[in-house]
Design a protein around this ligand. Structure first.
Ligand SMILES: C[S@@+](CC[C@H](N)C(=O)[O-])C[C@H]1O[C@@H](n2cnc3c(N)ncnc32)[C@H](O)[C@@H]1O
Length: 481
């Protein structure tokens, strides 16, 4: 059984208390079945056992019965035997403090996801293993994709399967409290998971940018699901700002925007950014280290790169949010041209005849160029993706996909090529409003607030947004001026 040790990050006691308090694992615990299905060294289980014993003693349950209750009411699983040994030692110690000895702890050693659960639970409490798709070993990936509906699309995280399996292991009135990475609210590949949990979800306790685990950047939240719940809303608790909001479940579609559902003030018309402008990803050469040139000697008609000349006629100035920060001049090989009809491509023969120096430069990389995962019908010297190219030959705005503090907006001229970040042009090349209007909108507090809500937290302080997020931004029509 392979064990991924990177996911073995254990829950601090403060958050253990919160998990158990939020789900109501506080009293009347004798006879209530509880599961911790990835128990590690027992951070959560120790507290479960402590609460169970104290509450049962308060209710005057005999020591003998409590011992039997601990054995049949509390169930755990863990894949790593070393942790089970530590965990049992901790549980023995805590039980011993209350005069309970030789308890046969019911901890299953093995893969919880492959376990057929026959006894269902009143409570499932946990902090499951988070393992990114890349890090799940290939045979396990296939198993998870084939057995969990939350994992059928794209690059799922291992924890999605745990959430699904845990919900399935609840009694009809059972409840789940799970500490999860908050990117599940926004990640593209967690959309099936969001749809799966939404009917049961009652509360989200969002730690926002508080870091729970030393040395880890994960942004965390606790979700509470209740199988017996039919409410049309959830309560969203922003723990950083000590605020809570009631959110209508019907409005949680696509990426979840977790903030107050502000009703549009009467009489104020709202419009969508994407109806006037178009945000898109920058060019994708699929081999920037060949196409983007930052180390060169500049001549009149050629630049020289490691002794090899390239015709300047084939080059465009390349700009990215990063190069703007460093004020560094970079060129990009641009093997296309535009006419009134739009983007034009060179044939192989034309290209070789017109740019013999650049061809010599590119041929040095012919093997890696041919190994790219290109769009269909691409010549060997062209970029891997054509999508971004059609609208580039005009003035545009560049913003970073990563928003930190404020939205940095840069206007670029027709000839400059954005090589990373998002670029924005007027919709359909027919500006009703010119780009200065888009600049004002993107610099507004409203857009920043929106980006924070819709973006995926990247490294604690930054939010990653996509072109679709920008196009979907709605704002009062008064900003269009
Ligand atoms: C994030 S840790 C959390 C441990 C504990 N729940 C806590 O909160 O302190 C996840 C644990 O899941 C265990 N694990 C990983 N894959 C598992 C699987 N398929 N079945 C059971 N346990 C697993 C890991 O060994 C690790 O101890």
């Amino acid at each position: 059984m392979s064990v991924n040790t990177k996911c073995q990050v254990f829950t601090p006691n403060r958050n253990v208390q919160e998990l158990l308090d939020y789900i109501g694992y506080t009293q009347g615990l004798y006879g209530k079945k509880v599961a911790e299905n990835s128990c590690g060294d027992g951070s959560i289980l120790v507290e479960i056992v402590k609460r169970y014993i104290i509450d049962s003693m308060d209710k005057k349950v005999s020591v003998d019965k409590i011992k039997k209750g601990l054995e049949k009411d509390i169930w755990a699983a863990e894949i790593d035997i070393a942790h089970i040994i530590n965990c049992k030692a901790k549980l023995d110690e805590i039980a011993g403090e209350y005069g309970l000895v030789d308890v046969e702890w019911n901890i299953f050693h093995g893969d919880f996801l492959k376990q057929k659960i026959t006894n269902k639970f009143d409570f499932v409490v946990g902090n499951p293993p988070y393992i990114t798709y890349k890090e799940i070993d290939p045979s396990n990936r296939v198993f998870v994709r084939e057995n969990f509906e939350t994992c059928v699309i794209g690059k799922f995280d291992y924890c999605y399967a745990f959430i699904e399996a845990s919900i399935k292991s609840l009694k009809k009135t059972g409840k789940l409290a799970y500490l999860i990475p908050s990117n599940i609210f926004k990640n593209q590949f967690a959309s099936n998971l969001r749809n799966y949990i939404l009917p049961y979800l009652t509360d989200i306790y969002d730690y926002k940018n508080q870091k729970l685990f030393a040395g880890k950047l994960t942004a965390s939240a606790i979700i509470i699901c209740d199988l017996d719940n039919s409410s049309k809303s959830i309560t969203y608790h922003n723990l950083s700002e000590d605020k809570k909001y009631i959110l209508n479940k019907e409005l949680l579609e696509g990426k979840w925007v977790l903030k107050e559902n502000i009703a549009n003030p009467e009489g104020v018309e709202f419009v969508r950014f994407g109806d006037y402008f178009h945000a898109a990803s920058s060019v994708a050469t699929l081999l920037n280290k060949v196409y983007i040139i930052s180390d060169f000697i500049e001549g009149d008609n050629y630049i020289t790169v490691k002794g090899q000349q390239i015709e300047k006629e084939l080059l465009r100035e390349a700009v990215s949010p990063r190069s703007l920060n460093y004020e560094k001049k970079e060129y990009i090989i641009f093997p296309y041209y535009y006419t009134k009809e739009g983007l034009q491509k060179y044939s192989d023969v034309e290209f070789r005849k017109k740019f013999p120096c650049a061809v010599r430069y590119l041929l040095q990389f012919k093997k890696i160029l041919s190994e790219r995962n290109n769009d269909e019908g691409i010549n060997w010297f062209e970029y891997g993706r054509v999508q971004a190219l059609a609208h580039l030959n005009q003035k545009k705005i560049l913003i970073s996909t990563l928003i930190t503090g404020h939205v940095k907006v840069t206007l670029l001229n027709e000839l400059v090529i954005p090589t990373s970040g998002l670029y924005i042009v007027p919709k359909n090349n027919q500006p009703i409003y010119d780009l200065s209007t888009a600049v004002n909108i993107l610099r507004s507090d409203l857009f920043l607030e929106y980006a924070k809500n819709v973006g995926v937290i990247s490294n604690g302080k930054s939010f990653r947004i996509s072109p679709k997020d920008v196009n979907n931004f709605t704002f009062p029509v008064s900003l269009l001026k």
